[in-house]
Design a protein around this ligand. Structure first.
Ligand code: GLY
Ligand code: MN
Ligand code: MN
Length: 442
């Protein structure tokens, strides 16, 4: 047994979930929390189902991600109930009987048909806060998603329990192994598709198990923020490689980006190295009491300094941030909370009673505006890209002369750079799960 043994960490996690649910139900005035795991969805005019995506409110309680038709019922003061659908089915693999470190903490009822859940749910549906999608409706149990409950749970979910941090760390350890394999494939001359396959092989997860569509981009493709194609043929001249790819573990996920250059002594490698130093400085700013939006704005300044150093900017880095030119090169947010979801919910919540903290003006894509506190796990992912569409707007605007367009043309074939780690806010220095994962591989 180790400090990360889930059988040791899970009971405390469950206690936290119970007390959060107690408080949320008190806010909304309901007697029970009822959470369906979700249902399969079908393609239009077809009998093919889409990949199943579990209700995150369900997997918060139990590490089950492949069990549509199941239900979680929590009544304050009682053992939580798990209604577990294990259908009689000879077409598909049937889920195993529930077991593992978590199962003994539930009053488990195995059912064979989805409708059999009904008598196992509370007697009066009107007394239930039911969290889920409308398709999960069973008899009178139609998800009502009370806002007071959602706000309370989503706000507090930002503060991870030690169990959750251990799960994110396990996902990260899987992800960094696969990142190493992907870099090897890149250096061996593989296509984007080949690199993707090498990644999946090393992660031992396929596309539906990965937490999001892999971004595997070579050369100019690095500049397409959510590049989701996989070219089958390697480019004639591979120059740069941006990989944004994660992995999952028991419902928790990681989100990691690295950028590599073929020429490890060239100018673009120098820019990657400068971005790496800047990214580490930003990670170090993850501290109790820090406004995350300030880290985002500081990131714009650091990226602008790198552009100035590279001779791309003729204006001062401060002026580039002030007038919005930096956003043409760094047009996304600094990052987001992460845990059960890649972009974890509640990033804008002002309090557990709701309300919204808006991102700073001119930065509409920032996904997290809360003040950091111990237990929060966030990504730090500054970027620097040469995106034709955005640069054309600058070229047409009042700051065209503040850019050296020849330098832009020289760097454009490399696409861009993003470096992304997952960082835990503590009472002291931040813990960088991603860097620790890579270091453990070395
Ligand atoms: N992989 C998506 C993101 O970094 O937010
Ligand atoms: Mn990412
Ligand atoms: Mn991210």
């Amino acid at each position: 047994m180790t400090a990360s043994d889930p059988s040791i960490l899970y009971p405390q996690h469950l206690d936290v979930l119970r007390s959060r649910a107690d408080a949320a139900l008190e806010r909304s005035g309901h007697d029970h929390l009822v959470v369906p795991s979700g249902v399969l969805h079908y393609q239009v005019f077809d009998d093919r189902d889409y990949p199943y995506a579990v209700n995150p409110q369900f997997k918060a309680w139990v590490p089950l991600v492949r069990n549509p038709g199941s239900w979680l019922v929590y009544t304050p003061g009682e053992t939580p109930r798990l209604v577990y659908l294990q259908p009689a089915d000879y077409w598909h693999v049937v889920p195993e009987a529930p077991g593992g470190y978590w199962a003994g903490h539930f009053d488990v009822h195995v059912i064979r048909e989805a409708g059999d859940a009904l008598p196992l749910l509370p007697a009066d549906a009107s007394r239930c806060a039911i969290l889920g999608e409308s398709g999960s409706t069973l008899g009178p149990f139609a998800p009502n998603n009370p806002q007071a409950v959602i706000d309370y749970l989503e706000y507090h979910r930002a503060y991870k329990t030690p169990y959750e941090i251990a799960m994110i760390r396990k996902a990260t350890d899987r992800g960094v192994r696969a990142h190493r394999a992907a870099e090897r494939a890149f250096r061996a001359g593989a296509s984007e598709f080949g690199i993707h396959l090498a990644y999946c092989q090393a992660a031992r997860q396929d596309a539906n198990e990965l937490p999001y569509h892999n971004i595997i981009a070579l050369n100019e493709h690095n500049a397409i923020l959510h590049y989701m194609e996989f070219d089958r043929v390697p480019p004639r001249e591979p120059r740069s490689f941006l990989i944004d790819a994660g992995a999952s573990h028991d419902g928790y996920v990681c989100d990691i980006t690295r950028t590599h250059a073929i020429d490890t002594t060239g100018e673009f490698q120098g820019m990657i190295d400068a971005m790496d130093v800047a990214q580490q400085a930003l990670c170090a700013q993850v501290r109790d009491g820090v406004d995350y939006a300030r880290i985002h704005l500081e990131g714009h300044l650091l990226v602008s300094r790198i552009l100035k150093e590279a001779g791309v900017l003729r204006m001062s880095p401060e002026a580039a941030v002030e007038c919005g030119v930096s956003a043409a090169f760094f047009p996304h947010g600094m990052g987001h909370g992460i845990g059960l979801q890649v972009h974890d919910v509640g990033g804008f919540l002002a309090s557990d009673r709701g309300g919204r903290i808006e991102p700073p003006e001119g930065h509409p894509h920032l996904r997290l505006t809360r003040t950091l506190a111990p237990g929060m796990v966030v990504t730090i992912e500054p970027g620097l890209y040469f995106i034709d569409m955005l640069l054309e707007q600058v070229r047409q605007g009042p700051h065209a002369r503040d850019i050296d367009w020849e330098r832009v043309a020289a760097l454009r074939p490399f696409g861009g750079i993003r470096i992304e780690d997952e960082v835990v806010c503590t009472e002291g220095d931040a813990v960088n799960l991603t860097r620790e994962g890579f270091a453990a591989l070395a």
